[in-house]
Design a protein around this ligand. Structure first.
Ligand code: SF4
Length: 378
């Protein structure tokens, strides 16, 4: 098994100075994008049906066999510069068997190799299945877009095909909050993500307050874009998004790490409002802006088919399969061959920016050639 040289640094919790999920870290180190991050989709089962769910279309009630764990671990071991893994779903912990037979072995592998790990969960199930992850997991990532149990009911079951009783939803909401408090106290690092969208943009400070009360150590904030399930939802203007971020920065708890990502504002834009916001984000303590890993340093492996995806943008099909090729080889094909990557593959060190997210570029900057631009404000 490959072991990272700087293993000892991995015992400290992730912090604003150490975000190995940001593709700019490896871009600086190697002078080019390399594969450092592998995400694995381990289930399409979930007990919720969220309005914004990025995998909503794929959620199912029963699922087929998975690829052998040995094959997945071997493919991970072959990734030369692997720094992070993420486990996602559905709700990865939905079946206890999945926790014991897949998730724990993968997390143990990551721990032994000295790479960082994350699980995306809704944290609404029984405490015990999360508790056993504590010794191995670096980041428990949850979604939190609510100011109360009614919000949770409306958002969390918006796409349920059958009626869900309010009381059932309310109970899950309180379980999630209680789990978060208890797990945080027991030493789990919980990062709560909120989206800036038509529901949340004018109540982010209230959402943030609850997140801090739940013991979370990081608050991640991303704008919501119109993709998949979110296609039919109202879209915010760039002005509204900027305003939402300023309001959150005005009222946040400055001891909590605020991580912004997938922002549609760039240092090469000729806009005073963008420049002012970017300056503020750069200067505020405990605030970072993560570059987008999508198509830059990460692949996603579907654990049922073995297919490897480089981005979930539009209908870009799988780039290969773990049954046939090494992940580094599949990733290199995307980097070198795909015209879409060539379109947004820019880099301005002065602004710590390595280009826009593909979806954002497509939505807001359709005719912009980012490769011919340079940062003008930093
Ligand atoms: S890296 Fe690309 S998007 Fe970022 S400031 Fe430079 S040109 Fe603009």
């Amino acid at each position: 098994m490959k072991i990272l040289k700087h293993n000892s640094a991995m015992t400290a919790p992730v912090n604003p100075k150490d975000d190995p999920w940001d593709p700019i870290v490896s871009l600086r180190e190697f002078g080019r994008h390399v594969l450092t991050s592998v995400e694995m989709t381990v289930t399409n089962l979930c007990n919720m049906r969220c309005e914004h769910c990025a995998v909503g279309d794929s959620l199912v009630l029963k699922e087929p066999e998975q690829i052998p764990l040995d094959l997945m671990l071997r493919r991970l071991d072959e990734v030369e510069h692997l720094r992070t893994i993420s486990i996602t779903g559905g709700e990865p912990t939905f079946r206890k068997q999945m926790v014991d037979e897949k998730i724990l072995p993968i997390l143990k592998y990551a721990k032994e190799r000295g790479i960082r790990s994350q699980i995306n969960s809704n944290l609404t199930l029984d405490y015990e299945r999360y508790e056993k992850l504590i010794p191995y997991l670096d980041v428990m990532h949850i979604s939190f877009n609510y100011t109360n149990e009614q919000d949770f009911y409306e958002i969390g079951f918006a796409n349920s095909g059958h009626p869900v009783k309010k009381e059932v939803a309310y109970k899950l909401y309180h379980t999630m909050m209680e789990n978060s408090r208890k797990l945080s106290e027991a030493g789990m690092y919980i990062s709560a993500e909120s989206m800036i969208n038509y529901r949340t943009h004018d109540r982010l400070p209230a959402i943030h307050k609850l997140i801090t009360e739940m013991g979370c150590r990081r608050h991640e904030v991303h704008p919501m874009y119109a993709s998949n399930f979110a296609k039919g939802l109202p879209v915010l203007s760039l002005d509204e998004m900027r305003q939402a971020i300023h309001s959150l920065l005005d009222e946040r708890n400055k001891e909590i790490w605020m991580l912004f990502g997938t922002l549609p504002f760039y240092a090469c834009n000729n806009s005073e409002a963008d420049a002012a916001l970017l300056k503020r984000l750069r200067e505020e303590p405990m605030v970072t802006v993560r570059n987008d890993p999508d198509g830059r340093n990460r692949v996603n492996v579907n654990m049922f088919t073995g297919e490897v995806f480089v981005t979930d943008f539009a209908d870009i099909p799988s780039f290969g399969s773990v049954h046939e090729e090494r992940l580094d080889v599949i990733f290199a094909k995307w980097l070198n061959e795909h015209p879409l990557n060539q379109k947004v593959n820019c880099y301005c060190e002065a602004a710590s920016c390595c280009g826009p997210n593909l979806l954002v570029a497509d939505m807001y900057y359709k005719d912009t050639d980012f490769k011919s631009r340079k940062a003008i404000t930093f």
